[in-house]
Design a protein around this ligand. Structure first.
Ligand code: B16
Ligand code: MG
Length: 219
C-alpha cells in the first residue's frame, strides 16, 4: 500500500532551482570563477556549503579558503537568493503539483517535504500549499545531506510510516540516490539519462499521478 508521498522542493514543486543557479552565478562571476548550467547540475539537492565547495573546486580548490570566508560567501549567496525568491507566488507551482497534493489528501495518503533547503518554509508559504503537508523536515537538523537517505527516513519516521510504503519524488541524482537508499519507491522527474536510477521516470511534473505509483507498490 502507498501510505505517503515525500516531495523534494527545488525542481519538483517549483523551479527555485533556477534562482539557486542565478544566485550562485552572481557570486561566481564576482569571484571570477568559471560556473555554468551544466556544472550547476552537480549542486542540485546538495547543501549550501557543499554547493559552495563544489564551486570553489573550480578555482583554487575548497581547502584554499578559510572556513570563516566560506561562511561569508555562503551567506552572500543566500542573501542574493532570498531577494530573488521574493518574486515567488502561487503561480510558480509546477504543473500537476497541486492536483497531486489534493489527490493524496482525498485518498488519505500522507504528504511530507524532504528539501535540503533552509529556505523551504518561506517558499512553501509563498506558494500557499503549507496546509497539504503532514510533516516538513527541518533541513538544519538533518546531519547527512542527500545522497544519504537521512532526510527521507526522517520524514517516514515522523509520519509514522514504513519506508517501504512511501515514495519520494526528486529531480536530482543525489535525491534519487537518497530515496533508493531509504528503501522507498523513487520517482524521478527529468531526463532518462539523469534519472536512470529512479524506479519510475517522468519527463515533467504534469505526468505525476498516484495510480502508477500504487501499481508499482502492489506489483
Ligand atoms: P538553501 P531541494 C536544495 O533543495 C537545492 O536543490 C540545492 O541546490 C540547495 O543548495 C539546497 O537545497 C540548499 O538550499 O541554500 O536554500 O538552504 O532540491 O532538496 O529542495
Ligand atoms: Mg531538487
Amino acid at each position: 500500500m502507498l501510505k505517503a508521498v515525500i516531495f523534494d522542493l527545488d525542481g519538483v514543486i517549483t523551479d527555485s532551482a533556477a534562482y539557486h543557479y542565478a544566485a550562485w552565478k552572481v557570486l561566481a562571476d564576482r569571484m571570477n570563477i568559471p560556473f555554468d548550467k551544466s556544472y550547476n547540475e552537480k549542486l542540485k539537492g546538495v547543501s549550501r556549503m557543499e554547493s559552495l565547495n563544489l564551486i570553489l573546486d573550480n578555482a583554487k580548490g575548497r581547502d584554499a579558503y578559510p572556513e570563516s570566508m566560506k561562511e561569508e560567501l555562503a551567506t552572500e549567496k543566500n542573501e542574493i537568493y532570498k531577494e530573488m525568491i521574493k518574486a515567488i507566488t502561487k503561480k510558480d507551482l509546477l504543473p500537476g503539483i497541486e492536483e497531486l497534493l489534493k489527490d493524496c489528501k482525498k485518498r488519505n495518503i500522507k504528504v511530507a517535504l524532504a528539501s535540503a533547503s533552509k529556505n523551504a518554509p518561506e517558499i512553501i508559504k509563498r506558494l500557499e500549499i503549507g496546509h497539504y503537508f503532514d510533516y516538513m523536515a527541518d533541513a538544519s537538523s538533518i546531519k547527512r545531506s542527500k545522497p544519504y537517505p537521512d532526510i527521507f527516513l526522517n520524514c517516514a519516521e515522523n509520519l509514522n510510516e514504513d519506508p517501504a510504503e512511501c515514495c519520494g519524488i526528486e529531480d536530482s541524482e543525489a535525491g534519487i540516490d537518497a530515496i533508493n537508499a531509504a528503501g522507498m519507491v523513487s520517482i524521478g522527474v527529468g531526463s532518462t539519462e539523469k534519472m536512470k536510477k529512479a524506479d519510475l521516470i517522468l519527463k515533467g511534473t504534469e505526468e505525476l499521478s498516484l495510480d502508477p505509483i500504487i501499481k508499482m507498490l502492489t506489483a
